[in-house]
Design a protein around this ligand. Sequence first.
Ligand SMILES: NC(=O)c1ccc[n+]([C@@H]2O[C@H](COP(=O)([O-])OP(=O)(O)OC[C@H]3O[C@@H](n4cnc5c(N)ncnc54)[C@H](OP(=O)(O)O)[C@@H]3O)[C@@H](O)[C@H]2O)c1
Length: 362
Amino acid sequence: MAEADALDAFAVHAEYQVDDDANYQWRIARRPQGNVTPQDFGFHAEDIPDVGEGEVLLRTLYLGLAPVMRFYMQATARTGDAPLSIGDVIHGRGVAQIIKSRHPDWQEGQIVQGQIGWQTYKVSRMTAQEKFFAMPKNGLPAALGAGVLGMTGLSAFAGFFACGNPKEGDRMVLSGAAGGVGSMVSQLAANVAGCDVIGMAGGPEKCDFIREHGCSATIDYKSDDIGAMLDALRPEGIDLYFDNVGGETLEACLERLRMNARIVLCGSISEYTRDDPFKLSNYTRLRATDSIMRGFFVYNHLDRWDAVMDDLAGWIKDGKLKPVQDIAHGFQTMPRALANLYYGTNIGVQCCEVRGEPKEWI
Ligand SMILES: NC(=O)c1ccc[n+]([C@@H]2O[C@H](COP(=O)([O-])OP(=O)(O)OC[C@H]3O[C@@H](n4cnc5c(N)ncnc54)[C@H](OP(=O)(O)O)[C@@H]3O)[C@@H](O)[C@H]2O)c1
């Protein structure tokens, strides 16, 4: 099916209306085969749950969308949150307000971000597994907690600074540069670390976008010959490659490393729908160039949360980091917003506005 037809199939039906009197949920109806389809999602309404001792009631404001969600639905995720059974509420982090609290550590009115799931209310014990963080009232919108000042931000920061060990003047290459993580890494690299970034994205519109967000030159991987473009734009080779896509792009960058280069393995989105795993043939280039290829998983970096969020918020206020979030409007649109990721229609972090900004914030 053509991309536009596949996305049009995610029509928002009249019965998907939501109001404040019930808890609306998207649950997994069927395991996706390859890409997600509308039939994989079930829309449900249930009573708003009561709050017991040690619990809070959360009212959802925003939800974030991430490529890993399809793996949770397919029960093939090997890291992070538990795989889903048919009928479960789909996993997802987001931003919510605590509207009732019988929990000693959390107050009514606080804005938090954490594992809410695809639902408009949640009763939570605020367990460590749900990874809730209070959002500081720092003058920035609560929406940023669903992406730039959330797990996407921590992923970009931890991957780039902790694993990439960037140096001023590094000749860098970044794939998935118009996505959530990529659009942050390009700006951190150019505006904070002083690297020269060549970004890869699909199509002229995205290439224009990444040029305005830190990239000095671009490769349109859908129409350009990646190897030839890397040879032309990086004739001296690559010091730092931040990899969001894996596959042949990773192989092409490995082939062109300078001495003491670094590769950050963030994601491998080009491999996610392949039946046979991609086999990297030239990893020995690391040996020949004294280089390092290092992976990371964002949940292993949570201990630095507060410091990272302070740094990111400071750079947003200084104008070094422009937050880019692609916001779908309405809880009804969640399945289509997820499909957007795999068709690459999002620019920046894909999120959904469920109720929007809070009236009060303590
Ligand atoms: N290691 C970790 O802890 C961690 C944390 C967060 C995310 N990740 C991973 O990091 C990657 C980026 O995450 P994200 O949240 O930034 O996702 P995102 O916002 O969906 O961005 C990913 C971008 O990849 C591009 N893309 C899609 N299919 C592609 C393909 N076949 N080949 C090349 N590019 C393709 C799309 O843009 P184009 O239109 O340009 O194709 C899309 O915008 C994902 O692989 C994700 O799983 C890892």
